[in-house]
Design a protein around this ligand. Structure first.
Ligand SMILES: *[C@@H]1O[C@H](CO)[C@@H](O)[C@H](O)[C@H]1NC(C)=O
Length: 301
């Protein structure tokens, strides 16, 4: 939009040669800055998608409070979509008796037919019982790739960082820099990989006591409502769509760099630690659901 207005004002002519040059420089600058060049903020980069009255900005807009009560849950989403990159947020989950509540942070193509989606879902629990993080990946419309990890800390006591890295090589879910899930691009082996559609960044707090806690056995205790979750330090680095088309395929974007194409040795060790000690469910091991193990399960890291 900016480029168009500039074009109208600084139309090239002999008298405006200098402006024309400046305009060209500006054009080059803008198109090289396809990446969001500043920290994301709630006000500038997000919008409320569900129940305005249940989302409050506190701490001068730096922290967002999500509320779930018997009337409603709530949600917010990024104003634009992104193609590859890394999104991260600090989240402090519902404390105490959070059974039946689900706090979600995910990327979604927001398309009905052929959905791509990368999910973090935080499943609440009874006081003192561990929170479960469920991750799932939809590629070209197919999901059913749930994994569950019990967190090794109390995620309601403090803010922790949750990130999703998405590039041409793999998708990695991180909890405080510790990889808890890796999905490799194995298109060469015919395994679908999300890379054809941009995805928005979403978050919701809602009631899901029909399935969330111990498979739906533990119901939400409304006498403990309202339930609160907190978000801050929004960070989105990616190619905004709409934006310069060339951005998404630009191999010099930092998230496509050599250091981000596979886990490094430290990350790989941490990932093994999570796999051995904290994974409580993996669809890859679920023979009753998948008598034939899905092909991506053999791809390693
Ligand atoms: C809740 O706690 C129970 C008992 O420790 C545990 O089996 C379960 O995995 C926890 N998480 C959920 C979401 O039910």
């Amino acid at each position: 939009m900016f480029i168009h207005t500039s074009m109208a004002i600084f139309y090239p002519s002999r008298n405006h040669g200098v402006f024309y040059l400046l305009f060209l420089l500006l054009l080059i600058l803008v198109s090289s800055m396809c990446v969001l060049g500043r920290p994301a903020t709630f006000q500038q980069d997000f919008r409320v998608t569900w129940s305005d009255s249940h989302i409050k900005q506190i701490d001068q807009g730096r922290t967002i409070q999500l509320v779930l009560d018997q009337g409603s849950g709530c949600g917010f989403a990024s104003k634009v979509k992104y193609m590859f990159g890394r999104v991260s947020m600090k989240i402090k989950l519902v404390p105490g008796d959070s059974a039946g509540t689900v706090t979600a942070f995910y990327m979604n193509s927001d398309t009905d037919s052929v959905r791509d989606e990368l999910d973090f879902e935080f499943l609440g629990n009874r006081t003192g019982q561990p929170y479960t993080v469920q991750t799932n990946i939809y590629a070209h419309g197919k999901g059913n790739r749930e994994q569950r990890v019990n967190l090794w800390f109390d995620p309601s006591a403090d803010f922790h960082t949750y990130s999703i890295l998405w590039n041409h090589h793999h998708i990695v879910f991180y909890v405080d820099e510790i990889p808890i899930r890796v999905y490799k691009n194995n298109e060469a082996k015919g395994i679908p990989y999300p890379k054809l559609q941009a995805m928005g960044v979403f978050s919701t707090l809602w009631e899901a006591d029909n399935w969330a806690t111990r498979g739906g056995l533990e119901k939400i205790d409304w006498s403990k409502a309202p339930f609160y979750a907190y978000y801050k330090d929004f960070d989105i680095e990616g190619c905004a769509i709409p934006g310069p088309v060339s951005c998404a395929s630009n191999p010099t974007n930092w998230w496509e760099g050599a250091a981000y194409q596979a886990l490094n040795a430290i990350e790989a060790r941490r990932y093994r630690w999570v796999r051995i000690n904290h994974v409580i469910y993996d669809y890859c091991q679920d023979k009753s659901r998948f008598p034939v193990t899905p092909p991506e399960c053999f791809s390693g890291i």
